[in-house]
Write a protein that binds this ligand. Sequence first.
Ligand code: FAD
Length: 350
Amino acid sequence: ASQPAGAVDVAVIGGGQAGLAAGYYLRRAGADFVILDAQEQPGGAWRHAWPSLRLFSPAQYSSLPGRMMPIPEGGGYPSAADVVAYLTDYEQRYDLPVIRPAAVRAVREAGERLAVETGAGTWRARIVISATGTWGRPYVPHYAGRDVFRGRQLHTATYLGPEPLRDMRVVVVGGGNSAAQILAEVSTVAETTWVTLRPPRLLPDEVDGRALFDLASRRARCPDAPAIGELGDIVAVSPVRQARERGALKAEPMFTRLTPDGVAFSDGTTLGCDAIIWCTGFRPALAHLAPLKLRKPGGTIPVDGTRALAEMRLHLLGYGDWTGPASATLIGAGRSAKATVAQIMRHLTA
Ligand code: FAD
């Protein structure tokens, strides 16, 4: 879709799964809206995932509203490429007005509207939905010696597969799903050490994204329901299970600093390594909202549901539990988007 910059009722920033889910409900409500996406092509963060990444839920549990993700040929859980294909088809099928590349540099006050500034022009919107995800802001914790280590440092966001690490000594940092999946495949070609802040907790084999989503749903209805974290952190997808069976999933406590040749632990021991992979997560990509001065220490913006407390014209969608339970998953994005668009339509017609 192409459309000259101008006035719209709703500007959605980001054309990943969260932005598209919002687009689905905005389209259904007959809203006047545009989706501005920084990338050249559809697919959001999934375009940048490593090729072997598998979703931790089956296709039926990884779908946006309206259209089921096709079950991959040969069965199994969908890959990142399957998700890109699905999102590409999704935005065409619902004829969503996505403009790209249109990276939003800043959102500013402009009288009754918000000005959404991009390299492709400025949109003036009555309501802005920010759905820029987290992939653009990989997080690496501070450890002394990061700049003296002579080996290679990667992050989940820059890891593209095990081959470049073949026969190396590799330290994988982090206790979540990304670390476990990356460790599982790197350990087939390299000598790996896994380090985590606290002992990693594998979910029981029969618990996958379905059960996690059910738990998030229960928690949405009843805040006293168990949190996902109480159950465990890591879904035992089949490469992780195989790694466990090979004995490759043993974790050591976190190191305290990097040295030129490796890492050093609190008991004074050192470990030589050629590469470190930081699977240490992401932060919300909110730099474009800086002119509105809404961020609190910690990097989030206080919200009621998805609406910014201090700026009623701004909604934040898909960033994680602080913007709605499971909102940063494919299946959870729809629920947040539905409630958000209903609230916006009430506001616009009031
Ligand atoms: P994104 O997909 O990041 O999309 C945001 C879009 O906004 C991008 O196109 C980006 O370029 C664009 N953008 C960013 N800044 C701007 C700007 N200033 N102006 C314009 N556009 C901008 N979820 C599941 O449901 N199942 C899984 O199995 C699963 N596995 C995961 C595994 C990994 C390793 C990771 C990291 C995540 C996983 N997730 C999974 C979580 C989740 O589905 C993704 O993080 C998801 O991509 C978030 O979608 P989003 O639309 O919020 O953000």
